[in-house]
Design a protein around this ligand. Sequence first.
Ligand SMILES: [Zn+2]
Length: 157
Amino acid sequence: MSRRPNGRAIKKHRSYTVDEAARALKASKGTVRRWVKNGLPALTDQRPALIMGSELIAFLDGRKKKSQPCQLHQAFCFSCHAPRDPAFADVEVRPLTTTGGMMRALCGRCATVMHKRLSLARMPELRALVTVSIVQGDERIGESRSPCPNDHLETMR
Ligand SMILES: [Zn+2]
């Protein structure tokens, strides 16, 4: 099953049943039904319900875009599926190059570790919003590879 359904598999001028859409996107039928519940337009007054290819593409595109508008001090939480403020207004930044770094914070809602790339030029702005600790070196390398380290959950609760 594909984690990120891709609208490119969908033909604009076709209509799809939930079953067909799920198969085209390699998603589960439950996933497609959930999209319909969450605002994907579908002709539900007929059986089987039909989803227009163009609506499906627009919906998937919108989701992709919606997943990005983090404010500077926010990062995308993969547990909440939303941009979140850092817990305790506290973030760590590890410079990776002279211009860019990786910001790390705990989701203010669920304490999942969040990461995002950050331009170091924006550090002054970031410092105005949250407390920033600079982390140097490799001591924390590896964490960014793990999708959901939850060693912090204990202390957060
Ligand atoms: Zn979260």
